[in-house]
Write a protein that binds this ligand. Sequence first.
Ligand code: SF4
Ligand code: SF4
Ligand code: SF4
Ligand code: FES
Length: 1009
Amino acid sequence: MTLLNEPDYGTPRCASDQQITLQVDGAAVTVPAGTSVMRAAAEAGMAVPKLCATDSLQPFGSCRLCLVEIDGKKGTPASCTTPVEPGMVVHTQTPRLERLRRNVMELYISDHPLDCLTCPANGDCELQDMAGVVGLREVRYGGVDGERAGENHLDAPTDDSNPYFSFDESKCIVCSRCVRACDEIQGTLALTIVGRGFDSKVSPGGTNFFDSECVSCGACVQACPTATLSEKSVIDLGTPTRTVLTTCAYCGVGCSFKAELRGDELVRMVPYSGGGANEGHSCVKGRFAWGYATHPDRITTPMIRDTIEEPWREASWEEAIGYAARRLAEIQARHGVDSIGGITSSRCTNEEVFVVQKMVRTAFGNNNVDTCARVCHSPTGYGLKQTFGTSAGTQDFKSVAAADVIMVIGANPTDAHPVFASRMKRRLREGARLIVVDPRRIDLVRSPHIVADHHLQLLPGTNVAVVNAMAHTIVDEGMADTEFIATRCDANLYREWEQFIRRPENSPEAVEEVSGVPADEIRAAARLFAAGPNSAIYYGLGVTEHSQGSTMVMAMANLAMVTGSIGRDGVGVNPLRGQNNVQGSCDMGSFPHEFSGYRHVSDTAVREQFEALWGTTLQAEPGMRIPNMFDSAISGDFRALYIQGEDVAQSDPNTHHVQKALESLELLIVQDLFLNETARYAHVFLPGTSFLEKDGTFTNAERRINRVRPVMAARTGKQEWEITCELAAALGYDMHYDSAAQIMDEIATLTPTFAGVSFALLDEVGSVQWPCNAEHPLGTPIMHVERFVRGDGAFQLTPYVPTDERSTRRFPLLLTTGRILSQYNVGAQTRRTANVAWHDEDLLEIHEADAETRGIADGTWVTLASRVGSTVMRAHISQRVPPGVVYTTFHFPVSGANVVTTEYSDWATNCPEYKVTAVEVSPSSRGPVDVGEAAPTEIDTLIRMGHEIARNNAALPHEEAVERVARHLRSFWAPAMIAELEAFAAIEPERLDPVLREALSELADRRNR
Ligand code: SF4
Ligand code: SF4
Ligand code: SF4
Ligand code: FES
């Protein structure tokens, strides 16, 4: 499309049931009460000239350009700050107004460099436009010399410190739009107007932009009506001429962007105000950090090699795909159909993910497909399905605007989900109350105009205990929403749960002992949450990446149900997804036990539907999860792996173990943009496409399906789904689509929650939130409104089971991990952008008391060691972490934080326990010492996993616990894993927990029946 210029109505839309009718230039206009005269006129097609007003900001009334005349009112009021009144008669164009406006513009222009023809904003400048609109022909004042020359700002300096935009103060008209954008939209409050009158000017806190509090969201650049704040890419390349609407490929917020091009060259990414998730806002990553897509490190030609010791050899697509298919087939012929598998990527589109899982189930002939969501939000899928009946968050992002109490657990939205954080902060500045549950003092605990009412600074690994204690308090003090429970929840399950939650071990006093959070604080937070009236939970990987990740998701769902905080605006249980398409990759059936739409592979009716459409027989038992694939590779049973867009060697825990697994494979196929850490172990490299080349959809954390449109041609010559189809075909399964739209049509046919989704619908309405079907043709912003998807809400018993990962004398500190704003995940993309200016290494945050006892100074190198490995990074002494806890990020392969994280994982889903690792830190002058223990064998891992499952069901009566454990193994474990544990039980039964043992024999009985 040509350049998309969104209309600017000058002031924000007002939401009011009351409608007001007025006359503007003789035409009747009806608008909601509270609307400005400026907006009413603009909506009627009579735009009033303006400079300081824009419809993303509250009116300010400083430029005096938008003057109007109103019958019966004195003077010429500013239309941006004047609200409409019934019967008002407004005149926007009169000779008097025209004269006044010309005078105003003349004054502005008199102190403005008249370099329009060489200005980067030429043609995209509101000042220039307004000069034309008011008919300015002559400037009587100002100038640099001559008799009318006076004081001016034409020599003001330019601040080029920010890598992405510049601030040319000589062009500033001091309209404050930038300051207000930073305050109102972004919530960082980095800018102020300093000085008075003629001396007033914009200042980023008295320093330059780079050294200020600015987080480079770009809101001020977008708001600036002149070229004062300009993207450097526009200065370099010129103003864009056409737009492609697409979606950011970084985090799970899923911001919509206008990719603006000049010819075929991408000039800038501008957040789209029509985007449902972001409504015109962005963060530094989506707005500016897209240069990796054309980085010289990109591999665009397929490569192959027989062994990983050999150098890569470039190959044609045909040769590379043929080579991969031949070796896969040989391996299956030698080692069986289950000896190979695939991993899908949450960075890829729904369509790309769908075809990979289809290829594994059809061409590979097994269910050995898993997704990188395994290592982040798989507990969300499990926990919300058990309690509510569907594996997704309950709200849309807008809902936070109606929340009265916001509880943020194990999430750091300002760094990891910045655009949603801005929405949340807006609500908090309006007065919503805040509870933060986190071992670390994240920014939200105290930021401009925001102070958390409670920061429950718990010890890592004790989430479940703390949330149970909150629920205990609510039940104990009679604050449960009995009506909601009676009408919406399963009565028997509630009774069972109530007895459980009242137990003394769930009291705040008992939990204080294990979590370190004072009982009074837990009680006070519980009372606040129960009082609401609208209380909402937002959580992140600090919830899921624990040995009790799934239990914690269920505990939060219990808390929401017991307080009636589900099914309307302002409440809910909301996972903040890490990567752009975590929700979608899970929805698309890339778990080994589920088809798309979360239907179990053992469900005959569902399987038959897939078999009929796909024309093949499908396995009815779950395949292997990622950790099981790795264990099995080391033990020699699993021989070949296809990895779509995921750097497991860097992102997955216990790097040494992952490397050993990858080394053990006969064939590793990596499909990615760059030769990443994983590719070091690969035999086939299939170059992938960046989000700027993809055609498809991403599904964000609020279940919103957004279109991703190609901004440029695929540099590899192929869409990624085409590569997968060709590999499937080379393996003998005919898989062909003409377009990504056709893949979505198949997804819709096979997936009830996507039944109404098509590219045509998305192109028409922008985006929809699933379920989107006949019942909800335009999607479902809020779920579980009348009833839960599963019928009645199911309270689940959530006993706190301490992780086996404990601090010891040898490893006395607990390491927890997270992200920072400027970098993303393993850093493959952001490390190849100017974002490294803010963060070019992973640092270890350590409390000063712990640093002092170890002789560690700020900025010095330290060795971070756990029982599985060690690495070296620099220390950052910080008050954000309490004594006993250290924190780092995992964006840089050189520090390899995952070298130290262990194999422990969530009992239900195997999501790794990244958030708790017992470590020791020492000055690195002692040298990095690899203290790694021998990696556990596959059977050790299976025993530990089995015991975890038994322990997490231990609160149930014995028989029910046995039944639950058996059901869990049947539903989620590959038959080979169960068989291995059964074989062990036959030899050494005494080493197994009795519940686990009985569950295994029940499974054997069932098979023999
Ligand atoms: S920098 Fe731009 S938005 Fe900010 S005051 Fe100056 S002209 Fe207005
Ligand atoms: S880029 Fe964002 S954070 Fe920085 S000054 Fe502008 S609005 Fe504020
Ligand atoms: S918040 Fe997330 S989706 Fe939005 S621009 Fe930033 S990284 Fe992209
Ligand atoms: S636009 Fe109304 S005073 Fe500036």
